[in-house]
Structure formats: C-alpha cells, structure tokens
Design a binder for this molecule. Structure first.
Ligand SMILES: Cc1cc2nc3c(=O)[nH]c(=O)nc-3n(C[C@H](O)[C@H](O)[C@H](O)COP(=O)(O)OP(=O)(O)OC[C@H]3O[C@@H](n4cnc5c(N)ncnc54)[C@H](O)[C@@H]3O)c2cc1C
Length: 279
C-alpha cells in the first residue's frame, strides 16, 4: 500500500482538496498499515468514501484513508433470505442494482443514493420510506486500538440520519452485513412513490418497478453530481410532535408519519420561506 503526501480527495462538490497524507484502502490489512503509519507520525486518521456528504477544506491535516474495499459475499442463504457481506468501498447504487439482479430485495427504495456502502450506516441513509439500518445485521469495523470487530445492529443506535458511528470518527468501517429478502415484497407507503406506482400500467408492481420509480423520481428532482457538482441536501426534515404536525397540515404543508410524530419537508419549508422573501 502506498501512503502519499498531498493526496487529492474525491468529492461530489467538486472542491479541490488535498490530504496531508492519504492512501487507498483495498483490504482490511491496509487499515492496520495506515493506522501504524498514523501512530508513528502522530497523525489523525479520517476515512472517506465517495465524498458525497462532505464539504472539504482545501487542506485536510492527518491521514485520509480512501475506502476502496470491494466485494459482495454471500454468508448464508435460505429459501426466504440471504445474508450478504459487502465491502465498504462498493458503490451504493451498484449494490442496489446487483442485489435486484440476484433476486435479493429490500434496497430498491434506496436506489441512486450517491456514495459508498461503508458510509451508508454512518448517517443511516434513507429515502422513500426505507432506512438502511432496517436491513443491517452488523457493521464490521477496525477501531482506534486497531482491533477489528462487528457492531451488531442493536448497538448501531440507528435513528433518523444518525447512528453510533457519527460519534466514533476513529472507527473505520470495512464491510457491512445485510439481510435481504428473496420474497418480492415492496415498501410503497411513501406517498410520492405510491402515487407514481399507482399511475403505472402494472397491476402489482414488484421491487424492480419500485427501483425504476425511485430512479425516475430522484432523477427528476436531484442534480446528478457528475453533471452538476453538489453534496445533496444539508438539511434534515424536521420532526415535530403530532399537534404541530396537524397545525402544519392546516397551513397546507406536507407531513409524513414518523412513529408517533410527524416529519415536515425541509425542501417545502425552504421553498415557502424563499417565496415570502421574493414578495
Ligand atoms: C445528490 C445527492 C443526493 C443524496 N441523497 C441522499 C438521500 O436520499 N438519503 C441520504 O440518506 N443521503 C443522501 N445523500 C447523502 C450521501 O449520499 C450519503 O450520506 C452517503 O452515504 C455518503 O457516502 P460517501 O461514500 O460519499 O461518504 P463520504 O461523503 O465520503 O463520507 C461521509 C461521512 O462518512 C464517513 N465515512 C465514509 N466512509 C466511511 C468508512 N468506511 N468508515 C467510517 N466512516 C466513513 C466520513 O468520514 C464522513 O464523515 C445524497 C447526496 C447527494 C450528493
């Protein structure tokens, strides 16, 4: 493995950024080598995937590990489900598409989310009614003491765009273990997805139809970072108590059920605020 100075960092915002030191992590042993180099040189270690959820400063001090561990491995398979271990460097959308092609379901609502598999548990990526934490069985990490271990789903503290990993920047995620269904059940309760599917000339849509709809919906509203540099949304949809949700509904705002509470659309709130400024 080659640890280089002035290491250029990939990011979807298109910012020119360099790490003081950087390296590409292709296998778990590279993590140990990188950590040993960091200890010897008294450097902080940071891990980045595709750089689609970061705004980078021009110069990042310390050692940046660029996660590139590849591979999708079946650990267990039954008539109903499959347990797969996926390298942290695998492109997320590629995993979604490959799973569908094998007849493994559950990830289709998360199609076209940019980034790597290793970053997915960090903010518990979610879209169209599904969060990755629901499908994760465990996350394999190397911790700051250079020990590799698995964090079980129950200890991941998955919540809305949050997890235990956000508070543990020294942990490097090397692979993610997911249980995917072999039964073609779909999650279509998200209103926009539901109405899109209802308008298709298909009696009972399956997971591939859900993926196609999600891709179509996302492509119609989100700029592709390859064509227009961006880092997605900085905003979380605010979660409000039921009473506030009802009041917002009466004012014409969209609300989405979120457990006992309601989630508001940050995009709609911003659009409404901008329209008031323009008046
Ligand atoms: C156009 C666009 C649309 C998006 N839509 C959505 C969406 O619908 N839903 C959603 O949830 N997110 C969305 N995002 C955000 C982004 O796709 C996710 O956060 C994604 O998981 C980031 O992956 P990445 O590999 O680019 O992570 P990076 O940006 O490289 O890193 C993000 C964070 O994770 C940490 N990290 C990355 N890899 C590892 C690892 N292997 N081990 C430990 N820490 C790691 C980094 O240190 C950093 O703190 C969108 C982004 C864009 C640009």
């Amino acid at each position: 493995m080659n640890i280089q100075p002035e290491y250029p960092l990939e990011n979807t915002f298109g910012l020119t950024a360099y790490a003081q030191w950087g390296c590409s992590i292709e296998q778990i042993e590279d993590v140990f080598t990188a950590q040993a180099f960091a200890v010897e040189n008294n450097l902080l270690v940071t891990c980045l995937g595709a750089g689609s959820n970061v705004i980078l400063q021009p110069k990042i001090s310390g050692l940046v590990c660029s996660m590139r561990i590849d591979g999708i491995k079946v650990l267990e398979e039954s008539a109903d489900s499959v347990l797969v271990e996926v390298g942290a460097g695998v492109n997320w959308h590629k995993l979604v598409m490959e799973s569908l092609s094998h007849g493994w379901f559950g990830l289709e609502n998360l199609a076209l989310i940019p980034g790597s598999v290793g970053a997915a548990p960090v903010q518990n990526i979610g879209a169209y009614g599904v969060e990755v934490g629901q499908l994760i069985v465990g996350v394999n990490i190397v911790d700051g003491q250079r020990e590799s271990r698995q964090i079980a789903q129950k200890d991941c503290q998955f919540a809305y765009r949050s997890s235990v990993f956000k508070g543990q920047p020294e942990w490097i995620i090397v692979s993610v273990v997911l249980r995917l269904s072999k039964l073609p059940l779909i999650e279509s309760s998200y209103p926009e997805l539901q109405s899109y599917l209802q308008n298709l000339p298909i009696a009972s849509p399956g997971p591939q139809d859900v993926a196609d709809c999600v891709i179509a919906l996302r492509s119609s509203k989100l700029p592709n970072p390859a064509e227009f540099a961006n880092a997605g949304s900085f905003f979380k949809n605010p979660v409000v108590v039921k009473e506030v949700g009802f009041a917002m509904q009466e004012l014409g705002f969209k609300t989405f059920a979120h457990g006992e509470d309601y989630k508001l659309s940050a995009a709609q709130l911003i659009d409404r605020a901008l329209s008031l400024i323009h008046i």
